[in-house]
Ligand binder design. Structure first.
Ligand code: NAD
Length: 352
């Protein structure tokens, strides 16, 4: 018999090729008229284009977003928003830029309109992160959830295959863990299965034919579903390991997700058989672990921790850290099991 709580923070979603042209209308819909546009230095061109769409409603462009939202950058952006009298932020870019928008919203309550250009999914979550003295602290606050999200697959055409592959695998990881989340529910499970299906179908095409707009569109649709999952339910051993490895050993975010995922799935396979069956079916694979590993190979993403800079003598420390205050997980998180998982991920072995 089913029993669950469905608590989905809702955002308005506008999806489609060329949807950026609707930016000015969507800003008006929010009742805003003084917009600060945010981006990374690499995506300043996109930010300028967004400002052009907004005309006189754009009061400035802040293009200094960087990974993990350093507190100094957040302070600078908050002051810029205040000085310009901004009443809305448009964040155009990946998780780093949307994260900067969240840092502004956390303090000021300014509404965010997000225009995501990667598959990380931050735009659909009330999760924020700020890094101070090298330590990243995260929290949840509905204030930081973007009010409107414009998904325009045309903006992802420039996402290079070496970023698109791991970014898509990162999105799949949200879906896989959503399927066995202890606070999961049947609606979110539908999002998970459809998200895995859409991403597994489209990512190989995105990587092989970067100009294929219909594959780009399907991948972004999958990423939307995956972001929704991340915002709605809790995550387990996979995300815990990725946060530990990223934070302590400074490994690249999406690549760590790609490498760990098949092994985290094997770790949980006996404790979450239904989730494994749904994942394998969505991947059209024999088992979830092998399907995820083979997909990573197919999209040219890294498959071993060794290849992304993990020191071998750090594996035991990582296993210790990941077993302290573990996230809720279907299988109890034990040191020996996690160390074995990490050794397999270090070597990049294909799951049995
Ligand atoms: P990112 O935002 O750091 O982007 C990586 C690089 O790719 C940047 O230089 C960016 O300018 C560039 N880029 C982005 N889109 C592009 C495009 N379409 N074409 C060309 N270049 C493009 O990477 P990310 O993986 O999207 O985000 C990672 C960050 O987001 C991490 O800090 C992670 O912790 C955070 N995150 C947060 C949440 C959340 O819910 N709060 C969710 C996922 C990720």
């Amino acid at each position: 018999m089913q029993s669950f709580t469905y608590d989905q923070p809702a955002a308005r979603v506008v999806f489609g090729a060329g949807a950026l042209a609707r930016l000015a209308d969507e800003v008006k819909r929010l009742g805003a008229s003084r917009v600060l546009v945010l981006s990374t230095p690499e995506q300043e061109k996109e930010a300028d284009e967004a400002a052009r769409h907004l005309g006189s409603e754009a009061v400035g462009v802040f293009s200094r977003a960087v990974m993990h939202v350093p507190i100094e950058t957040a302070r600078e952006a908050r002051e810029t928003a205040k000085r310009l009298g901004a009443d809305c932020c448009v964040a155009i870019g990946g998780g780093s830029t949307i994260g900067l928008g969240k840092a502004i919203a956390l303090e000021s309550g300014l509404p965010i309109l997000a225009v995501p250009t990667t598959y990380a999914g931050s735009e659909m979550t009330p999760i924020y992160g700020l890094t101070e003295d090298g330590i990243k602290k995260t929290g949840r606050d509905r204030k930081v959830l973007p009010r409107t999200v414009i998904y325009d697959p045309e903006l992802t055409l420039t996402l290079p295959p070496r970023i698109a592959g791991p970014s898509g695998m990162n999105a799949i990881a949200h879906c896989v863990e959503g399927l066995y989340a202890l606070d999961g529910n049947p609606i979110i499970s539908m999002f998970c299965a459809e998200g895995i299906r859409a991403l597994a179908r489209s990512l190989p095409k995105v990587v092989q034919s970067p100009g294929d707009l219909s594959a780009r569109s399907e991948a972004l649709y999958g990423a939307w579903l995956a972001g929704t999952v991340l915002g709605a339910v809790s995550v387990g051993i996979h995300h815990k390991l990725c946060h530990t490895l990223g934070g302590t050993f400074n490994l690249p975010h999406a690549e760590v997700h790609t490498v760990i995922l098949p092994h985290a799935v094997v770790f949980n396979s006996k404790a979450a058989p239904a989730a494994m069956r749904i994942t394998a079916e969505a991947l059209e694979a024999e088992t979830a672990g092998r399907g995820l590993y083979d997909l990573a190979v197919k999209v040219g993403a890294p498959i071993s921790l060794r290849d992304i800079g993990m020191p071998e003598d750090g594996l035991e420390r990582a296993a210790e850290l990941a077993t302290q205050n573990p996230y809720a997980n279907p299988r109890p998180v034990d040191y020996a099991g996690v160390l074995a998982l990490l050794r397999n991920a270090y070597e990049g072995v294909r799951p049995e």
